[in-house]
Each structure stands twice: as structure tokens, then as C-alpha cells.
Design a protein around this ligand. Structure first.
Ligand code: SF4
Length: 793
């Protein structure tokens, strides 16, 4: 209870809701209207984001859900709930729910063209089309985009695509995409890094929106409560950020830097730690490769990180020129970070939705490596594998093998620059290839619980690609911007109606698994996404049907969970007091369930499974057998450059498109806990927590510094046009002293052109004006800033 109270106190939600509830409950015609009856609570795991929180639904007579609250027994959120979760039930009863399968009978995008179609006809049509493509020897013409969150649907779709014969399956972009590849470069294991942040006494955050919900908003709320309780759990937070974000405002210290220079400051601190010998020398000598100069397998000598970081480029004076931070302050930070036991550096955007440049990732990892944080018992670890049951082996069907022999479309097609040496989940590259007539056509695209037409940065890429795609099939609960463009809509259960699961907590170093069991029966003619995919597989028959043999999505999840029981690892948390951050690497966690059936029963009842972190340096798969600061993997993959820094963490910044003359400002977008981003839109109660200097009626405000406003001749509330090389949008101006001069800040999560009157046409979509830069190493679409121009409307 204390957790829940603390969690809500950290948020403006209760106060805004108290203020507005009366008005809303009377004006909102589709509000849930519970009958009187017996009140019960049903615990489950929230599937609205990747946070993995335990929640409980309050039900009337076991039939009608009237409230979602945080589950105090759940170790991730410990009773807290975020604004999205608290308003989450509104998705169940929303008017934009898709009530039955729909087929577009007119021109794509025409809302009057959607006609109801029976489930067997809808699935039959899709299976017939896919069957014909296989018969024509073109299974690689199938593509898919699935949601960002990690769940067993990933494995199911991978299995379906592999059995069918297409290499073109992507996820919506996430920070985990680049973190995983940084894991591959430094440890040989493609897994994202996580951080034991709860017990850290000193947190140096490079733009990580800890309060806004870094990785898992529920986990961060609980961690923040600990840090602010004082005593042993108190933490000093230093926030490096260009804007005074909520985290910066609540931190002990805010270090303001120009956007995109956070990694430069990290390397400036590393410079001083090396110079002043404030690093873990034993660790660097024994377990790290490439700190000192090194020799490759061909006998060629290369400079190491110690040399690079001590060059003139990273002196306090040079870094001060880049960041504007006084050299004395950089020295102070380096001393504080270097000498404080248990200090950790964290990085990444608030809700982890954008991959980072590989050298940024490596720079922040290098700072932690100097501190000795990347080892057993250190704060930074690699997310452990969750030992879920394996899927059936694929029989090697000739039609599928023919399709899989084709390279993924983004890699097969000619590219603007040199191809990435370590290609990742490059959705932007794929869509670009489709738009520009890639090596082969995409005839069918499946979009599962994702909304790229709205939520992809530079979302016009999706629109352009769509003109070249034969059939768009949407597996969505809502008539969102992507579903509106679909040729066929197969509606799926929303969170809390059907079985789903959550694998891992983004940003956490321990193993986690949660089952999102339904708290009430579906009330519309929808299906679980897994059931739809299995039905299509059954109709396709043969090796594809054999690859997905389960009777239902629920049975599939049960089989996956049997793997946990068979591993004899991990335990269930269903009572208060489990402190996941106390788990030691490789600690033997004893199972506390009887067997697989008992495990499933408890998982479906809201308990979660957890296991200890792994030693990130155990069984390293790198060339050197050590943690590699000098990335021999990049050398082996053919990464080239003018000097040895291409193998080392270093700072470089690709300038945004356009000229200073045409675009004298920079645009930076930001995420906030009051706005759902990417694949969901704000439910009405959540929108009521958005301050009126961000959204007033339909007008969205940009934040600019008063000095910049004065130069532009603008005042508070003025109407303006924000223009970038990517597009322009109407905005109003909010003067904010926490905004950096000459930078315009725009919140993400508004500007929908779909859903309902409570969110549609409110504000502008930041994804239409941001700039995506493809990382030279991974090809992932990274975002830091766009050049911008602001003029009076
Ligand atoms: S943080 Fe995510 S998982 Fe947790 S309650 Fe909010 S939406 Fe649900």
C-alpha cells in the first residue's frame, strides 16, 4: 500500500483526476457504467507496455472491470501504477475498438470502404493469398512488423515466417536493438545490457529519463521512491540533459549540455579517470581487451582506448568547447564519479524507443568499464536468457528454404551508403528499400499490434512504402492510423482480455517472465493474435501447420512456460518482499513451485518468475575471450576508417540535414509519462494529466528559451509554424527557462489522425518532423535532433 501511495504521489495523475473526474464521468458517453454487485480483485501482469508491472483489476460480479491498480505483491512496480496503466481499462470499452474482421472494399484508406467479413472468410483469404505466393516461388514477398515489446509472439511469428519462407520480419525500433548489438560487439553475446540501479548510491544519467519511465516506468517509479526515502537506499542523481526534463528537475544536479553531446561528456570524464588513475586498473588489465594498444590476428598494431581517450580531443577544455560545461565542473564530475563506490552511468531515452548510434553505446559502456561496473557483482549486466520451452524444429521445406535463401530486402537492395557491417532490426532501411523498388516486391505485409503509420520516426517512410505493398493486413485492437490503411483487419483482444506474456524487463539485469492472463472475457468478436497466426498456418497446411502445432495461443504459452519448470531454475514472486535487485550474479535461486502445472497456475494468477543475473564476463564469445573495448568483431566484419578509432568508443556526430541559414534552430523531441507514445494513443483520463502549457484544446506547444523567443520576436502563447527538412507543423509557443537557447522542444505522443474525439487532431505528430539517421555500423534508425525553423503563423 505504501508503494502504491508513493507511486501515485510521484505523479500529477490523482490531482488532475480529482479535479476533472466529475466533468468527465458525466460527459463521456462510453464510460464504463458498473452495475452494483460483489467486488473482487484479479491480479495479472500489464501488457500495455514492456514494463512488466503486476496489476490487479477490480471487478463487479466478476464480469465488469472498473479499476486497475498496482499489485503491491509484485516485485517490479511494488504497488505503483503509471498514468497509462491507471487509465488502461478505457481501452477495453473504447469506441475505436475494432469489433469484427473488416475488409476494405474501396480505395485504401477510405473509411466507408470497410465491410464486415466472417473470421473463416478473412483467414481463408489471407491463407489463399499466401498459399499462391508460395506456389509461385515468392514466399519472401511476405513482410511483417510486430510490436516493440518482447513476448512469446516474437518467437511465434519468427517460427511462422521461417516455416513459410520469408526473412522480412521486423520489430518496431527500440533502444534494445542497439544495446543488443553493443552486447555482441563487446561480449560476443547479442543481449541487451541492464543495470542494477535500485541500490546504486550515485547515478550519472546521460539523458535517461528515470522519472519519465526509463525501460520500465513501473520499476522506475519504485526505484525513485527508494532513492528518495533516504537512509541506506538514498541515491544522488546527476542528470546530463539539454533540457530541464522532469528527471533533471527532480535530480540532485542538472548538467545542461547541447543535444547529442552526452557521449562527449562521458568520454571527457573517462579522460580524467584515466589521467588521474581513478579507474579499476586490475579489471582493465585482466578482463578487458583494447584498453592498451593491441595487435590483431594479422599482426597489425592498433591504438587502444587508453591512448585514444587521452588525446587532445577529450581534454576538459576540448569537451568544454563542445558541451559548454566548465572544465572545472567536468573535473569535479570525474572525481565524484571516479571515487564514489558503486557509482553507475546510465543512458538512453525515457521510454527506450529509439536505438542509439553504436559508438554512443560503446562510450557509455566504456565509462562503466573504467569504473569496474561490468563484472559479476557490478551494476551493469547482460540480460539473462529466459529458459522458455523451445519451438518445434523446422523440417527444411524446399519452398521455405528457397524464400529464406533470399537476403532480407534491406540487405538485398542497393543502398545509399556502404552496407552496415553489423545489421540489426533495420525497419527504416527495409521501408526505404520497398519505397525505392527493392530487389523483389513485397506483396503482403502483416502488422501486428504496431502503428508504424503514426509511431515510426519519420513515419512518411511507412506511407511511401505502403504505395508499393500489395496487401496490408492489420492485427490490431484499434482503428489506429495503420489499421485505417489496411486492406484486411483481423481484430485482436486487447490487454486484459486474452493471454499474453512479457519476457524480460528492459534495462533490468535479472531474468523475468510474466503471464498476462485475462481478467475478463472478450466482449467483441476478436481473437488472440497467436490464434490468428496458427489458423493461417493450419490452412496453409503441411510443414507450416506442423511448425505451429498448438491448439490455441493459451496452450502455446503453457508449453513455453513448461521450459521454465524443466530448467529447474528461478522462482515465483507472489508475495511482498522479493527484492530482485539484491540477486547476485549466478546465485542459485531455488524453485518454489511444485511442478509445471503449479507454475502455470501461479503465473496465470499474477505471480511472476524471476532468476538471478548472469556474470556478464562468463564464457565470453569474443575473439580475445575478454570484454572488448577494441571491437575485433567490427574488424572481422570489415569495418574500415581512417584510423583505429573505428574499433573504439569515440565521439562523432553526423550533422542533421539542411543548412544553418535555412534552419537556425535545432528540434529535439521528448517523451513524458503523461503521453503514450508509438503503438498506443492516450486514453481520455491520461490526456487529462497533460499540462495546458503542453496541450491546450487542440493546440500543442513547443518549449523555447525566453532569450530565443525574444530574438524571434515571439511571446508566450504565440501561434507559430515549426519547419524542419522533413515537414512542417502548426504549434504554439511556451517560454521555458529550462529549454536550451536555440533549441525547440516538442513532446511526442500527440497529433493522432485516428482513434476518437478525445485524442484525434490534438496537437501534432513529432514523428513527422524528426530526422532519422541510419547508424553507420548497424543500419539502425537513430534520432538525436533535426534542424528547425520557427516562424510566426
Ligand atoms: S508501466 Fe507499463 S506495464 Fe506498468 S502499469 Fe504502466 S503501462 Fe502497465
Amino acid at each position: 500500500m505504501a508503494g502504491a501511495v508513493g507511486g501515485t504521489l510521484l505523479s500529477p495523475l490523482p490531482w488532475k483526476l480529482t479535479d476533472d473526474a466529475a466533468i468527465w464521468s458525466q460527459n463521456w458517453f462510453w464510460r464504463p457504467s458498473p452495475a452494483r454487485g460483489e467486488i473482487t480483485r484479479k491480479p495479472t501482469v500489464c501488457a500495455l507496455c514492456e514494463g512488466g508491472c503486476g496489476v490487479q483489476a477490480r471487478l463487479v460480479d466478476g464480469k465488469r472491470a472498473i479499476l486497475l491498480e498496482g499489485n503491491p505483491n509484485h516485485p517490479v512496480n511494488q504497488g505503483g501504477i503509471c498514468a497509462l496503466g491507471a487509465a488502461g481499462l478505457q481501452f477495453l470499452y473504447a469506441p475505436y475498438r475494432i469489433a469484427q474482421p473488416l475488409k476494405q472494399t474501396k480505395r485504401r484508406g477510405d473509411p466507408t470502404g470497410f465491410q464486415p467479413i466472417a473470421w473463416n472468410e478473412a483467414v481463408g483469404e489471407l491463407a489463399k493469398k499466401l498459399g499462391q505466393m508460395r506456389a509461385d516461388g515468392k514466399p519472401n514477398g511476405l513482410a511483417g512488423i510486430t510490436r516493440r515489446r518482447c513476448s512469446s509472439m516474437d518467437a511465434l511469428l519468427n517460427q511462422f515466417f521461417a516455416a513459410y519462407g520469408s526473412p522480412n520480419l521486423f520489430k518496431m525500433p527500440a533502444h534494445a536493438d542497439s544495446l543488443k548489438l553493443a552486447g555482441a560487439v563487446t561480449t560476443g553475446r547479442e543481449a541487451p545490457f541492464g543495470c542494477n540501479i535500485e541500490d546504486a548510491p550515485y547515478i550519472l544519467s546521460f539523458g535517461a529519463g528515470l522519472v519519465e519511465g526509463w525501460g520500465s516506468p513501473g520499476r522506475m517509479q519504485a526505484a525513485f521512491r527508494r532513492w528518495r526515502q533516504g537512509g541506506k537506499s538514498a541515491a544522488k542523481i546527476v542528470q546530463v540533459d539539454s533540457r530541464c526534463s522532469t528527471t533533471a528537475a527532480m535530480a540532485d544536479r542538472w548538467i545542461a549540455v547541447p543535444p547529442g553531446t552526452e557521449a562527449a561528456l562521458a568520454l571527457g570524464i573517462a579522460h580524467l579517470m584515466v589521467k588521474d588513475k581513478l579507474y579499476d586498473a586490475e579489471f582493465m588489465a585482466d578482463r578487458v581487451f583494447g584498453f592498451e594498444d593491441w595487435t590483431d590476428s594479422q599482426g597489425k598494431n592498433h591504438k587502444g582506448f587508453k591512448f585514444l581517450v587521452q588525446t587532445d580531443a577529450y581534454t576538459p577544455e576540448a569537451i568544454s568547447k563542445l558541451t559548454g560545461v566548465d572544465p572545472a565542473k567536468i573535473r569535479e564530475l570525474a572525481k565524484e564519479f571516479g571515487t564514489q563506490k558503486g557509482a553507475v552511468a546510465v543512458w538512453g531515452q525515457p521510454q527506450g524507443s529509439v536505438p542509439k548510434d553504436m559508438y554512443n553505446e560503446l562510450s557509455f559502456l566504456a565509462l562503466n568499464a573504467l569504473k569496474g561496473n561490468i563484472k559479476a557483482g557490478g551494476a551493469i549486466g547482460l540480460a539473462p536468457e529466459v529458459p522458455l520451452g523451445a519451438l518445434p524444429e523446422l523440417p527444411g521445406d524446399p519452398s521455405a528454404l528457397k524464400g529464406l535463401k533470399q537476403l532480407r530486402l534491406d540487405l538485398a537492395s542497393s543502398q545509399k551508403g556502404p552496407p552496415p557491417v553489423l545489421p540489426g532490426n533495420n525497419l527504416h532501411g527495409f521501408l526505404d528499400a520497398v519505397s525505392n523498388g527493392g530487389k523483389y516486391p513485397i506483396e503482403v505485409m502483416l502488422v501486428h499490434e504496431a502503428n508504424p503509420a503514426y509511431g515510426l520516426c519519420e513515419n512518411k517512410l511507412f506511407q511511401q512504402a505502403l504505395t508499393k505493398i500489395g496487401t496490408l493486413v492489420s492485427l490490431s485492437s484499434y482503428m489506429d492510423e495503420t489499421a485505417q490503411q489496411a486492406d484486411l483487419i483481423l481484430p485482436i483482444h486487447t490487454a486484459f482480455e486474452g493471454f499474453d506474456d512479457v519476457i524480460g524487463i528492459p534495462g533490468a539485469p535479472y531474468a523475468y517472465y510474466g503471464v498476462c492472463a485475462p481478467v475478463l472475457k472478450p466482449h467483441l468478436n476478436t481473437k488472440a493474435a497467436g490464434d490468428i497466426v496458427m489458423s493461417v498456418a493450419k490452412q496453409l497446411g503441411g510443414s507450416i501447420a506442423a511448425a505451429l502445432p498448438w491448439a490455441s495461443h493459451e496452450e502455446y504459452l503453457k508449453k513455453r512456460a513448461e521450459g521454465l519448470a524443466a530448467s529447474a531454475r528461478g522462482a515465483l514472486a507472489d508475495k511482498k518482499g522479493v527484492e530482485l535487485w539484491k540477486l547476485q550474479p549466478e546465485e542459485a535461486v531455488k524453485p518454489n513451485y511444485k511442478d509445471g502445472a503449479d507454475l502455470w497456475k501461479k503465473l496465470a494468477g499474477g505471480a511472476c518468475w524471476y532468476d538471478a543475473p548472469v556474470d556478464p564476463l562468463k564464457d565470453l564469445k569474443t575473439e580475445s575471450g575478454k570484454f572488448e573495448l577494441a571491437a575485433q568483431l567490427l574488424l572481422a566484419k570489415g569495418q574500415t576508417g581512417d584510423d583505429d578509432q573505428v574499433y573504439l568508443p569515440h565521439f562523432s556526430q553526423v550533422p542533421p540535414r539542411g543548412s544553418d541559414k535555412d534552419y537556425p534552430l535545432l528540434l529535439v523531441t521528448y517523451q513524458m509519462s503523461a503521453l503514450a507514445d508509438r503503438d498506443l494513443a492516450n486514453p481520455p483520463f491520461m490526456t487529462k494529466t497533460v499540462f495546458d502549457f503542453i496541450l491546450r484544446q487542440n493546440d500543442q506547444f513547443v518549449e523555447i528559451n525566453p532569450a530565443t523567443a525574444s530574438e524571434l520576436g515571439m511571446a508566450e502563447g504565440d501561434s507559430a509554424v515549426l519547419k524542419t527538412p522533413q515537414g512542417e507543423v502548426p504549434v504554439r509557443v511556451h517560454l521555458y527557462a529550462g529549454a536550451r537557447p536555440k533549441v525547440v522542444y516538442l513532446a511526442q505522443g500527440l497529433g493522432h489522425k485516428a482513434y476518437d474525439e478525445y485524442i484525434k487532431d490534438k496537437g501534432v505528430n513529432a514523428n513527422g518532423v524528426v530526422e532519422v539517421q541510419l547508424d553507420r555500423v548497424t543500419g539502425l534508425g537513430t534520432v538525436w535532433a533535426a534542424r528547425a525553423h520557427l516562424r510566426r503563423a
